[in-house]
Write a new protein. Structure first.
Ligand code: ADP
Ligand code: ASP
Ligand code: MG
Length: 436
């Protein structure tokens, strides 16, 4: 008998009737002869509601207490899902992340899973129970404190459980039918991908396609766990995330190969992602000498801040001063500004600027490695849509631009159309969720 790991996101367990529907789906998997382990998210938008509540009580709540608060959301849904399953005549046991053996580092709010010791899960499965695990949380090996894995972290809980239990499949159930060529909430003509490689999915997730948590894709790639992203509201096949861009048909890496079967061609572009969660910081007038940039970025690293794009201007000859801009999660904005301000007299820069009215639009696809002209086409599409580009960064399979926050939707739609990604018939269905 194989082990199946399933994950249900907040929109799939948003109220009592949704929880009962999900319970029936879980029981189906059990009836099919599998051992079933389920990771659940907090109901609906309840994590956001808890965050709002915390900010009303304290503008900068202690990270430890915030984690204590937020983990309660997943605890509510795990118990309710287990109750709904028992109401269907099957036995279920719910476990917190800590009880389930999800061991993390000690960074509150964005802890990394370092190990999973699923003894209690295996015992419960051995006793015939369906196991429900509270997603998005673990316990620190060092501090023994309860931690959370970052927004969207239940995806990572599911993949980590699948790896530890050597599950046959990890199914991520959500409110759309799979991974699409763009967020269906912005581009109704987006197309569902049948399959996407780990590398492309990593870039999509890193660039804001919140359909999968970034760490979940990293974890899946490192442990070679195939993920099936699908809707909990339909029976349709979803998107398989598996394989590497290096295994794609040869002609995506060079000239078309005559030996390849028709239909095997990998699309040049996997999708367009957008992200409205970042802010831009500019350090104005940094003395252009060895070690200053290192000093600034070391302070940010010590504050546990992950940076995204970094741009340093050529210094003006007259002043020998340069500006350094970078983007980072908005949630880290205040911490970063405080860390940098503390260095102003030491480094001797002029001032700090903060802009959170930005958005990032990214074009991702393994095929762009071997197709010249992708960048030109992307920038032309943005220009035709009247969108101004603020910053640019690239990787082997990605081009990202920073634009005005208000231009994001238009930029995504124009890019999607320019690369012929619009579907001619079926519109992408969004079954639930607020998109928050
Ligand atoms: P869940 O509550 O199931 O975790 P999320 O809200 O975290 O769901 O993620 C699902 C949402 O991700 C979709 O409703 C959709 O708006 C958004 N999304 C963004 N980019 C994509 C994409 N490329 N394909 C599919 N969905 C996407
Ligand atoms: N409840 C958490 C969140 O809203 C974790 C998750 O849903 O995966 O981010
Ligand atoms: Mg999610």
């Amino acid at each position: 008998m194989g082990i199946v790991v399933q994950k249900y996101g907040g929109s799939s367990v948003s109220d009592a009737s949704a929880i009962k529907r999900v319970a029936r789906r879980i029981v189906e998997a059990k009836k099919a002869g599998n051992d079933v382990v389920v990771a659940v998210s907090a109901m609906g938008d309840s994590t956001d509601e808890l965050l709002d509540l915390a900010s009303q009580v304290s503008p900068l709540p202690p990270a430890r207490e915030l984690d204590m608060l937020l983990t309660s959301g997943e605890r509510i849904s795990m118990a309710l899902v287990a109750m709904a399953i028992s109401d269907l005549g099957f036995s279920a046991r719910s476990f917190t992340g800590s009880q389930a053996g999800v061991i993390t580092d000690s960074v509150h709010g964005k802890a990394k899973i370092i190990d999973v010791t699923p003894g209690r899960i295996s015992d419960a499965l051995g006793d015939g129970h369906i196991v429900i695990v509270a997603g998005f949380q673990g316990v620190s090996a060092d501090t023994k404190e309860i931690t959370t894995l970052g927004r969207g972290g239940t995806d990572t809980t599911a993949v980590a459980l699948a790896a530890a239990l050597e599950a046959e499949v990890c199914e991520i159930y959500t409110d759309v039918d799979g991974v699409f060529t763009a967020d269906p909430r912005i581009v109704p003509a987006a197309r569902k991908l049948d399959r996407v490689t780990y590398e492309e999915m990593l870039e999509l997730a890193a660039c804001g396609a919140k359909i999968l948590h970034l760490r979940c894709v990293e974890y899946a790639r490192n442990h070679n766990i195939p993920i099936h992203v699908r809707s909990s509201f339909s029976q349709l096949e979803g998107t398989r995330v598996s394989g590497s861009i290096d295994d794609l048909p040869v002609h995506t890496q060079g000239a078309p190969g005559p030996e390849e079967e028709p239909g095997m061609e990998q699309a040049i572009i996997a999708g367009v992602a957008h992200d409205r969660s970042e802010a831009k910081v500019t350090v104005v007038g940094v003395p252009d000498k060895v070690g200053e940039a290192a000093r600034l970025f070391e302070a940010l690293a010590n504050a546990q801040i992950n940076l995204d794009m970094i741009v340093q201007n050529v210094s003006a000859a007259a002043t020998n001063l340069t500006d350094i801009s970078f983007t980072l999660p908005r949630t880290d904005g205040q911490t970063a500004m405080a860390a940098l301000a503390a260095l102003q007299s030491v480094v001797g820069f002029d001032s700090l600027l903060y802009d959170d009215k930005i958005g990032k639009v990214s074009l991702i696809g393994a095929g762009m490695r071997s197709h010249p002209g992708v960048t030109a086409k992307f920038f032309t599409a943005l220009a035709d849509a009247g969108v101004n580009i603020g910053m640019i960064s690239t990787s082997e399979i990605r081009i990202s631009v920073v634009v005005d926050e208000d231009d994001v939707d238009a930029a995504v739609a124009a890019t999607h159309t320019a690369f012929d990604l619009d579907a001619s018939e079926v519109e992408a269905v969004v079954y639930g969720g607020s998109g928050r």
